[in-house]
Design a binder for this molecule. Structure first.
Ligand SMILES: Cc1cc2nc3c(=O)[nH]c(=O)nc-3n(C[C@H](O)[C@H](O)[C@H](O)COP(=O)(O)OP(=O)(O)OC[C@H]3O[C@@H](n4cnc5c(N)ncnc54)[C@H](O)[C@@H]3O)c2cc1C
Ligand code: FES
Length: 362
């Protein structure tokens, strides 16, 4: 059975977190979302203007710790779904959503002694907060450091729970807030989070006890994650210990990348239109992809039920392995280098660039 399946859940509570963010807590009596990992996200299917729209929202609740699976949605100016959720959704309403997925996870290992460094901005706190609570609870030998950027003090999501968890774990949970519009007398960091700032702050956040390894989880705008990652690499951190998730692609066509498998030659100009063979859940489909369209969109237009969430090349719900042929991606943020080398592609931003393409979803 596919791990990405629709369920219908009722909202147990909707509460204002900041002036422009709400938390949505779901009733899940049958445990449909049970087994999710800290850092994973849900895909909500929300009707706006008579049409269903899917959007990804990270779980900010910690599995086994918080009573309800919970997401926190921050308003994006002009955004279709975030404004609908912040303004109109109430406890008691039922929503269709898709079961948790995502690779931006940090699974607690009870005997481990690690330093888990979390760097986030704005709504990027959501998966980091699930990870922080899980590690502090289930990894008693580990330390957690959170560097969290916002515009103003009243924009800090989970400000009060963060303060409470700090009070409970003063030696194991250290937090630095950074504000771009700090109030007079502000004691935290000032300005947007950037690489040099993080490297500098980490000098003061050295673990108080011996640790076996340090892992870095970055969640915020792509530009912030790029800058912080480069700065960490510059200090000798190895890439495999840096994990990142972006909620929004800085540019529609950021990193065009062609994944070519089996020596297939892109046709003259590589334009097509080409037909693509898609294997999914034991079925095989032939999909004619019109020029300029993505493979996912062409499949959905033919009523082929494929997994997808963000449709922006960020979340990997639509990941597929390219078994032959050449696929060009508009965005590769969701994939790590090794996945690209192994031939994985994201169908929501993937365009066929040769004949004979076969992709297997999963
Ligand atoms: C894996 C993943 C997890 C996510 N988790 C969360 C979460 O926990 N909480 C949360 O609030 N959001 C989260 N997001 C973002 C969320 O899925 C939506 O993209 C966001 O709510 C905007 O949707 P919208 O329909 O309101 O905007 P849209 O109607 O899709 O977009 C409207 C306009 O705003 C721009 N835009 C879209 N998103 C952003 C953004 N984040 N910043 C700046 N401009 C933007 C678009 O380019 C467009 O021009 C996550 C995204 C991903 C991929
Ligand atoms: S649907 Fe999110 S990466 Fe394709």
């Amino acid at each position: 059975m596919s791990t990405f399946r629709p369920v219908e859940l009722t909202l147990a509570a909707v509460s204002a977190e900041t002036p422009d963010a709400v938390t949505l807590a779901f009733n899940d009596p049958a445990g449909e979302l049970a087994g999710y990992l800290p850092g994973q996200f849900l895909t909500l299917n929300v009707a706006v203007g008579g049409k269903q729209h899917r959007r990804s929202y990270s779980l900010c609740s910690a599995p086994g710790l918080d009573a309800h699976p919970t997401v926190c949605v921050k308003r994006v100016p002009g955004g279709l779904v975030s404004n609908e959720l912040v303004d109109n959704w109430k406890a008691g309403q039922t929503m269709q959503l898709f079961t948790p997925i995502g690779n931006f996870v940090c699974e607690p290992k009870p005997g481990a002694r690690r330093h888990i460094v979390l760097v986030g901005a704005g709504s990027g706190i959501t998966p980091l907060w699930s990870i922080a609570k899980s590690i502090l609870t289930h990894e008693p030998g580990s330390q957690v450091s959170l560097i969290y950027g916002n515009r103003r003090e009243d924009c800090i999501i989970f400000s009060e729970p963060i303060r409470q968890w700090q009070a409970q774990h003063p030696a194991r949970f250290r937090v630095v807030h950074a504000l771009t519009q700090p109030p007079a007398g502000w004691q935290g960091a000032t300005g947007r989070i950037h690489g040099a700032m993080v490297v500098d702050l980490l000098r003061h956040l050295e673990p108080l006890q011996d640790v076996e390894e340090t892992r870095y989880y970055l969640c915020g705008p792509q530009a912030m994650a790029d800058d912080v990652e480069q700065a960490l690499l510059g200090t000798g951190v190895v890439r495999r210990n840096i994990f990142r998730e972006s909620f929004f692609s800085d540019s529609q066509v950021n990193h065009q990348e062609t994944v070519e498998v089996g020596g297939a030659q892109a046709a003259a100009g590589g334009e097509g239109p080409f037909s693509v063979t898609i294997k999914h859940d034991g079925d095989t489909y032939e999909v004619e992809v019109p020029l300029g369209e993505t493979i996912l969109q062409a499949a959905l237009d033919q009523d082929i039920d494929l997994p997808y969430s963000c449709q922006a090349g960020l979340c990997t719900a639509c990941r597929a392995k390219c078994l032959s042929g050449a696929v060009e991606m508009d965005e590769t943020e969701g994939l790590v280098e090794s996945e690209i080398r192994e031939g994985y592609v994201l169908l929501c931003v993937g365009h066929p660039k040769s004949a004979g393409i076969v992709v297997e979803v999963g």
